[in-house]
Design a protein around this ligand. Structure first.
Ligand code: CTP
Ligand code: MG
Length: 388
């Protein structure tokens, strides 16, 4: 058994290898799963944000030629990330990544497809590597595991000593490089390569939500932090006021009556966003007794609601709204309305959908005395990563 090299914890520098050179075939996506978007970020960006929330100073991203054009623009906001090409197996990719890393004493090896790793797990694996030479994230196995051959169980395993192994797997750099340079064959994890070279891998407690996105079901799990909300509003139509819908002024003889600009669509959208976030509605947040709000643009209120949603840890997944108006015909303005809402909410336009319908000349709306709007909104939880 070999002893791990010594480490000076006051001066040791920590780098990471992030593996993204696979194809993600088992997800059934037509592209690499690290480019799958959860909330407002790709899996890859979410992973990098978690790693950079620790003392990691530099990252070698191992990518394939095929993904270079899609990945490079994502890396612009990050300092300390370099990309190298990987190999045909994960083992080759790690080896190539290790060779490209320099100036680090500790290396964190992490799958780019594990975006929900907590910075605490990464920090614990680094500490373990400093102390014992390695820190392998693992969780106690919850399923009963059996060995079977030809459809028959041949052996029962004692679950109390079994662990599911994850990444990060963190090592003293010199030791794991040495182990990978000596290793031949294909391995599914780094601790095995390390153990083959004669070192003893140490485990640290991971978390069950640190899943490796592998199957279509994992893509659903990754998006599971979503909340839906609904909003509705109605305003009277009166002469002598401009008609404003979604922040767009629409030529019409009449406009909506109300405090502020009475933008019924924006009001419904704001209530949908607030309800999804389990926050009080606009009547509570922006009461018509508040003189400072007199005449304020609803678009300004929408920007405030967007900030509030962000503050509470959510991103807007999409907004879908319908305006019920007998007149005027809204179809020519729908594009501009969607663009205006998207810009205030800070999302791409495809995330906003607005449709319009009449009331078949029935009721107050059908008689042209009022316009109503309803909206639904999907929010995604930001999983607590830092914004960079
Ligand atoms: N990986 C890599 N180089 C390879 C193969 C895999 O860098 N030649 C990376 C993947 O990008 C992923 C991690 O290793 O982040 C774990 O591998 P896996 O889950 O198997 O990912 P893929 O190989 O991309 O998926 P699949 O096997 O379904 O094609
Ligand atoms: Mg694979």
């Amino acid at each position: 058994m070999r002893s791990a090299t010594t480490d000076n914890r006051n001066t040791s520098r920590v780098g990471a290898i992030v593996l993204c050179a696979g194809k993600g075939e088992r997800t059934g996506l037509e592209y690499n799963k690290v480019l799958y978007v959860v909330g407002q970020k790709t899996v890859l960006e979410t992973t990098l944000d978690s790693l950079f929330a620790t003392e990691i100073e530099r990252v070698v991203l191992v990518i394939s030629h095929d993904d270079e054009a899609a990945i490079k623009p994502l890396l612009k906001p990050y300092r300390g990330v370099t990309a190298v090409y990987g190999g045909t197996t994960r083992t080759d990719s790690v080896r190539l990544g290790l060779r490209a890393l320099s100036g680090c004493d500790i290396v964190v090896i992490h799958d780019g497809a594990r975006p929900f790793v907590s910075p605490d797990t990464v920090a614990a694996s680094i500490e373990s590597a400093r102390e014992f030479g390695s820190g392998i994230a693992a969780v106690p196995t919850v399923d009963t595991i059996k060995q079977a051959e030809d459809g028959m169980i041949t052996r029962s395993l004692d679950r109390s000593i079994l662990y599911n192994i994850q990444t990060p797997q963190t090592f003293r750099y010199a030791d794991i490089l040495d182990a990978y340079e000596k290793a031949s064959g294909v391995f599914t994890d780094d601790s095995e390569v390390y153990a083959q070279a004669g070192y003893v891998p140490h485990i640290v407690r991971g978390t069950y939500d640190n899943i490796k996105i592998t199957t279509p079901a994992d893509l659903l799990k990754a998006a599971s932090g979503v909340r839906i909300g609904i909003g509705y509003d109605l305003h009277r139509l009166v002469s002598g006021r401009p008609l404003v819908l979604g922040g767009v002024v629409i030529p019409h003889g009449k406009g909506l009556l109300g405090h502020s600009d009475a933008d019924v669509l924006v009001h419904a959208v704001m209530d949908a966003m607030l309800s999804a976030a389990d926050l009080p509605d606009i009547g509570v947040l922006f009461p018509d007794t508040d003189g400072s709000l007199e005449g304020i643009s609803s678009m300004e209120l929408l920007r405030r609601v967007t900030e509030l949603i962000k503050f509470h840890g959510y991103s807007v997944g999409n907004v879908s709204a319908v305006v019920t108006a007998q007149e005027p015909k809204l179809a020519p303005y729908i594009g501009a309305i969607c663009a205006s809402l998207a810009s205030a909410i800070g999302v791409k336009q495809y995330k906003i959908n607005v449709s319009a319908t009449t009331a078949e000349r029935l009721g107050k709306i059908g008689k042209g005395k009022a316009i109503a709007a309803s909206a639904s909104c999907l929010l995604t939880e930001n999983h607590g990563q830092t914004d960079r």
